[in-house]
Each structure stands twice: as structure tokens, then as C-alpha cells.
Design a binder for this molecule. Structure first.
Ligand code: ATP
Length: 207
């Protein structure tokens, strides 16, 4: 069994996440992709992240229709900090016979040296599926110097570059500009229903 692990804040989940996920399942011949929602991302301290139950609902709505996609509560079910290395260790125990592939964007691969215990994380993985991201500046020579052998594990997923991010969607919602088609319809409807990321919501949050 080949299992993908796709960690993220998903505030909100958008179509670049879905394209990355589905292309990776196909190109890496995965049997299943676990979407791991991170409750309190250690590297995103510069802004308030939407409440966990809201992001959970958005993520469930985004992945519901694909039978290969599965929500994983492996980070939600344990106290923080939520490091990928601990998540993968837990999943190794949960799926002892599986080959595990971590899925990430090129920006995350570039930041990998700053993750907690990156060498241990890489050692547990069969592969790392990476979708390039505009401006991600991945330097495989330096990465391989830091983590010898990582270049044999990194598999670049062949897709068009997509300049879509959760940040872009939040700022467009805040500015009352269009963002509808950057998202699955169900996620868009939930954002509308709860008035997420909009100017009024932001004011209430800071009160
Ligand atoms: P934010 O803008 O809030 O930082 P994000 O769009 O980067 O959010 P995350 O939930 O942080 O979304 O991302 C989860 C994973 O998906 C990360 O590994 C990230 O690199 C990857 N990812 C997100 N958007 C893209 C994209 N457009 N192209 C490639 N990878 C992406």
C-alpha cells in the first residue's frame, strides 16, 4: 500500500491543493491520500488562523467527493506542537506495511531544513511528492548536501504552476474582490455562509 500524507493549515483549502493532491495520487501511484489538518501551525504565527472546527468543515467539504482522499485526525488528536516528524512516526505505526510519501509545495521543500528533525522525517519516508510553486527557489544541490540521498526521494509532480494560495483568497475576500473559482464550490459556499475572511469578521475577531 502506498499512502500519501498531505499536511496543511488549509485556511481555506483551494484548488491548487486539490490539483496537487490528485496529480500526486496519479503520478506516484498512491492508493490513498491522508489530508492532515494542522491545528496550530508553528510557522504561521503572524496572523490568527481560523478556528479548527471551521477549517475542519472546509476541508471535509473540499475532499468529500474523492474516494482516494481521507481526512486524518492524527494531529488534531494529540497536543501540540505538531511536528511532521511525529505525525509520520505515528502513521508508520498505524500502517506498518505501507510506503509513506509526504506531499508538499516547493516552498515547503525549500523550508524543510527549518522543520523539526528533518533528517529523521526524510528517513521514514519512501518519497516526497513536490509540486513546484511560483517563486519557490528550490535548490536541490544544497538540499542534497544537507540531506544526502534526498534527491532520490523527491519526485516533482508534473503540473502547471499555480499562483493560488490561501493568503491570496483571504486577502481577496477581505478586499471584496472575486475569489470564487479558486475554490471548490462547497468551500466557497461555507466561506460565504460564515462570512469568513471578510472585513467585518476581522474586526470582530480583533475585538
Ligand atoms: P497560506 O497562503 O495561508 O500560507 P497555503 O496556500 O500555502 O496557505 P497551506 O495549507 O499552508 O496552504 O499548504 C499546504 C501545502 O500545500 C504546503 O506544502 C504548500 O506548499 C502546498 N501548496 C499550497 N498551495 C500551493 C500551490 N499553489 N502550488 C504548490 N503547492 C501549494
Amino acid at each position: 500500500m502506498r499512502i500519501g500524507i498531505f499536511g496543511g493549515t488549509f485556511d481555506p483549502p483551494h484548488i491548487a491543493h486539490l490539483i496537487l493532491a490528485s496529480e500526486t495520487c496519479d503520478q506516484l501511484s498512491l492508493d490513498r491520500l491522508l489530508w492532515v489538518l494542522t491545528p496550530d501551525p508553528p510557522h504561521k504565527t503572524d496572523r490568527p488562523v481560523s478556528p479548527l472546527d471551521v477549517r475542519l468543515e472546509l476541508l471535509q467539504a473540499a475532499i468529500r467527493r474523492n474516494p482516494m482522499f481521507e481526512l486524518s485526525l492524527v494531529e488534531i488528536d494529540r497536543p501540540g506542537p505538531h511536528y511532521a516528524v511525529d505525525t509520520v512516526r505515528l502513521l508508520t505505526r498505524q500502517y506498518p506495511d505501507a510506503e509513506l510519501f509526504y506531499i508538499m509545495g516547493g516552498d515547503s521543500l525549500r523550508d524543510l531544513p527549518h522543520w523539526y528533525q528533518p533528517a529523521e522525517l526524510i528517513a521514514m519516508l519512501t518519497g516526497i511528492g513536490v509540486m513546484r510553486r511560483p517563486g519557490d527557489l528550490v535548490d536541490m544541490v544544497s538540499l542534497n548536501r544537507l540531506f544526502p540521498g534526498i534527491n532520490r526521494k523527491v519526485i516533482f509532480v508534473q503540473t502547471p504552476l499555480l499562483e493560488i494560495s490561501s493568503t491570496l483568497i483571504r486577502s481577496r475576500a477581505y478586499e471584496n474582490r472575486p475569489y470564487r473559482y479558486f475554490l471548490p464550490q462547497a468551500v466557497y459556499e461555507l466561506i460565504q455562509k460564515y462570512g469568513l475572511y471578510q472585513r467585518e469578521t476581522k474586526t470582530q475577531e480583533t475585538e
